[in-house]
Design a protein around this ligand. Sequence first.
Ligand SMILES: C[S@@+](CC[C@H](N)C(=O)[O-])C[C@H]1O[C@@H](n2cnc3c(N)ncnc32)[C@H](O)[C@@H]1O
Length: 238
Amino acid sequence: MHKLKTPWSSNMGTTRVSREFRERYLEPEKIAVKKWMGRNMGESVLDVGAGDGRFTKLALDLGAKRIVALDIDDEMISKLRSISSSPNLEVVKANIREYQLADREFDTIMVLGNTVSGFYDAFENGEKSAQAETLRKLIRASKRHLFFTLQRPESYDLIRRFYEVNHWDLYGLDAETGVKRMRWQMKDGSLIEVRSQHFRREQVEKLLSEAGIPQTAYTISPINDINWQIEVRTGLVV
Ligand SMILES: C[S@@+](CC[C@H](N)C(=O)[O-])C[C@H]1O[C@@H](n2cnc3c(N)ncnc32)[C@H](O)[C@@H]1O
């Protein structure tokens, strides 16, 4: 049986390609996010697909008064519970696509580490607009900002080498859409499957347009050759 999962850890191990992954991908993303959050975070923050909480912790350190760290995965939920006993932190296990959010509930919503491409799981059910629909929902729920990062096509070579070293079978890349499919055999013989996607700038623009976001309400900027950062000023989206 195939199990869909993101076996995520922001501690990528000690191989040469892991170091490269950290240095070229994770660290520049973290520096860019920290800079952005330092200026814009607001008092209430939703971290969607929070993983092991590297950005949740950053938001707490920067003084967020209410931070909700949401993830679909049990392992991530227990990691998130262990990062802080602050009453400002709420950990929620949920699928963001089903989770109920009140209008303008949070100042800022962040979806980091290419997590938006993971909403792609909906493709299995033929729901091609899942990413855009979810972004639209997040925009309604945020007062000020939606902030997310996506992989650029130039990341592919690094990702491919990283998965190869870790014995993942990266069995499909659709060159047109940037969708990658990967699988990995667990010790009990079951298979885990992962989807990911990288985006050319015009694909990011298309996604934002599908989510109903006018060009005047967003900026797309490269963090480096690996990542885009996208800021939507949600107050400008009706
Ligand atoms: C690539 S990791 C990024 C983690 C974190 N944002 C970071 O940058 O360190 C993606 C995370 O999103 C979670 N995730 C994927 N699809 C989700 C969904 N539909 N609802 C909630 N969480 C989801 C996964 O379990 C995983 O922890």
